[in-house]
Structures are given as C-alpha cells and as structure tokens.
Design a protein around this ligand. Structure first.
Ligand SMILES: NC(=O)c1ccc[n+]([C@@H]2O[C@H](COP(=O)([O-])OP(=O)(O)OC[C@H]3O[C@@H](n4cnc5c(N)ncnc54)[C@H](O)[C@@H]3O)[C@@H](O)[C@H]2O)c1
Length: 318
C-alpha cells in the first residue's frame, strides 16, 4: 500500500511544521487541533514558512500553491483520521493526554493506519501501556523547525512490525528527511543526549566566567558546529586520529562538568519568567522586533544549509 493520506494531530510549533513537510512533498495532509482558532494560526504559520521557502528559491510559487492546496484543517478528530494511512501526534508532552488520544484513535482510525508519536521524552513502551496497537506504533522524533531540520529519530516498540518500521523510514526519506533508527530505547534518544551533554558544559563555562555567552556560542558555530553539519563526532575522531582523541579524553574528561540537573543560570532565569525569545528575554536581551528578525534569519540560514546538504546527498546517491 502506497501511503497518501497523512494526518497530523496537534497544530502547534511541531505539528504545523511537520504538516508542511508532507504538503510540499505531494501528500494529502489533514491537520487536526482542538479549536478552529489554533488551526487558523497553524495555517498562517505554514503560509508564511512556505513564502520564505519561495523567497529563498527552495520551492517555486507553483509548488507553494500546490502545498497549500494539499492541506486540510479539521477540528473534528474522527473526520481528520478516517482516511489516514499515517497519523502523527504532536500534542503536548503530557502522558495522560497522549493516552486519551491513543484510546480514541483505536476506536476511529483505519485498521491498518500507522500511528507515530513526536514525543521527545516518553519511551514507546510507556506510550503504549494502555493501547492495543503497539504492532503499528512508532516514534518519529522531528527537530524544530521540523520543515527545515532533516533529522527524524525513529524508535520502535518491541511489538512494532518490521514492515511498519520500513514503511516509516521510506516515508521519511520521501519527504527529504534523514531518518535514524534506534536499536533500543533510551531516554533523550540520540540527538538530545548529545546536545544536552554539550549544553551542560556550555552553561558551566558561562557560570565559571570562562567566556561570555556570545564567545561560547561562536566557539561552537565557528568551530565544531561548522564541521558537524557534514562530519559527525565519531568520524571526527577518526579524522583527528584515535591516538590524539585518547589523549584528549584522558586529559579533559576528568575536568568536565558532571551536574545531573539543570544549570543554576537556567533555573534562576526561569524563576524570573525570563524564558528566552518566547518571553522577550533570556540569556541574551532582545529589542522590540529583533526576535522575529532573528528567527527569520535563522530560518534563512537553515534553508541555505539544507540546500547544500541536499546537493551533497544527491552526489552521494549517484
Ligand atoms: N517544540 C519542540 O522543539 C519539540 C521538538 C521535538 C518534539 N517535540 C514534541 O512534540 C510534541 C508537540 O510539541 P509542540 O512544541 O509542537 O507543542 P505545542 O504546544 O506548540 O502544540 C501542541 C498542540 O496540540 C494541540 N492539542 C492539545 N491536545 C490536543 C488533542 N487532544 N487533540 C488535538 N490537538 C491537541 C494544542 O492545542 C496545540 O496546538 C510534544 O510531544 C513535544 O515534546 C517538541
């Protein structure tokens, strides 16, 4: 069965962006949320994102229009899922909410529909504690902004059928994503474990006054981060020489921060209501208007990087 109809449940930050990724790749996409007003918001966000892709030459105006035409917005869950071949839930990270949704889906979805969760933290065994469709359940963990970042981490339940895993990987490849399959369950999956290890050290350096925030950020974006878009840490160890990396580990690892909770700087700012761009202040100060400008600049840079990576992928496949 070729999958055609995709339903995304939850039209927030992730859901709208995931829906857009399928729409630009020619799928029929239905977006569901609890209220029409949330769906209007998602529709506006998708339209703006698509316009930016046109401006940056990633898609044509005709492709933008085709993507918009392939999207439907439905507040009625039953209507939204009845034709779906592949359903992705992107509702809040609250286990009871996910369980309620899965119970409801079990009653109304097609018997062969595949269900994916975009959870960032729940093990798939916990998600499926109370539902009877673990054999066609899978985690597809996208990264924000999901229409621009290629990675999708895939986690299977011990009961997930192998063909469901295969179909999910094929589907992600068909929308230009880079799926990665975990061989076993682990909290934080792969990317967030690696990212958290690095962020712990970044905030430690800030706390210890080793450098200011801008210089710590530049040390990554101009250094390791510059390489990481194309060369992962394991390959970097090979390129640098494993003998060199043995000495780096032996000399530096004992000095690394080993805290097990959130850094004090983050805790203090959260307590003051300073949550970053969403509240107007975080580690960095932001002026009126500078937040949307910064987010747009980020997206434009990601689009450019995505184009370079797509070319490289094309060459590798030839
Ligand atoms: N934000 C991120 O960076 C990020 C990254 C990866 C994964 N995730 C995961 O993706 C999921 C969604 O996160 P988000 O940041 O998009 O959240 P969000 O709060 O932006 O959006 C959630 C949406 O789900 C809707 N919703 C709630 N209950 C619903 C229901 N029963 N049926 C239909 N819609 C419902 C809400 O109205 C809201 O629009 C979470 O599991 C989160 O952990 C988030």
């Amino acid at each position: 069965m070729k999958m055609k109809n995709i339903t995304i449940i939850g039209s927030g930050v992730m859901g709208s962006s995931i829906a857009q990724s399928f729409a630009v790749s020619g799928y029929n996409v239905t977006v569901n949320d609890m209220k029409e007003e949330f769906l209007f918001k998602a529709q506006r966000r998708i339209s703006e994102n698509l316009s930016l892709l046109v401006e940056e030459g990633k898609i044509t105006e005709l492709e933008r229009q085709a993507a918009l035409a392939s999207l439907e917005y439905k507040a009625d869950l039953e209507e939204a899922v009845k034709e779906a071949d592949f359903i992705i839930e992107a509702i809040p990270e609250v286990i009871e909410m996910k369980w309620d949704l899965f119970n409801r889906l079990e009653e109304i979805m097609k018997p062969d529909a595949i269900v994916a969760s975009n959870t960032s933290t729940f093990p798939i065994t916990r998600l499926m504690e109370d539902a009877g469709f673990a054999d066609r359940m899978i985690i597809t963990h996208f990264f924000n902004p999901a229409h621009l970042v290629p990675l999708v981490e895939i986690v299977k339940h011990e009961k997930t059928k192998p063909e469901i895993v295969e179909k999910t990987i094929d589907l992600m490849n068909s929308i230009g994503k880079s799926p990665v399959l975990l061989k076993k369950e682990i909290s934080g999956f792969i990317a967030n474990r690696l990212q958290t290890a690095l962020m712990r050290e970044a905030f430690y350096l800030l706390q210890e006054g080793v450098a200011d925030a801008r210089d710590i950020d530049t040390a990554i974006t101009a250094g390791p981060g510059f390489r990481w878009a194309f060369t992962g840490p394991i390959e970097i160890a090979d390129f640098g020489g494993l003998d060199t990396w043995q000495r780096v580990f032996d000399n530096v690892a004992p000095d690394l921060n080993k805290d097990t909770g959130a850094p004090a700087i983050i805790r203090d700012l959260v307590q003051q209501g300073k949550l970053g761009t969403k509240s107007g202040e975080g580690i960095y100060p932001y002026n009126e208007g500078s937040i949307s400008q910064k987010l747009e600049e980020r997206d434009r840079n990601f689009i450019k990087l995505g184009k370079i990576k797509a070319v490289k992928k094309g060459i590798e496949q030839d």
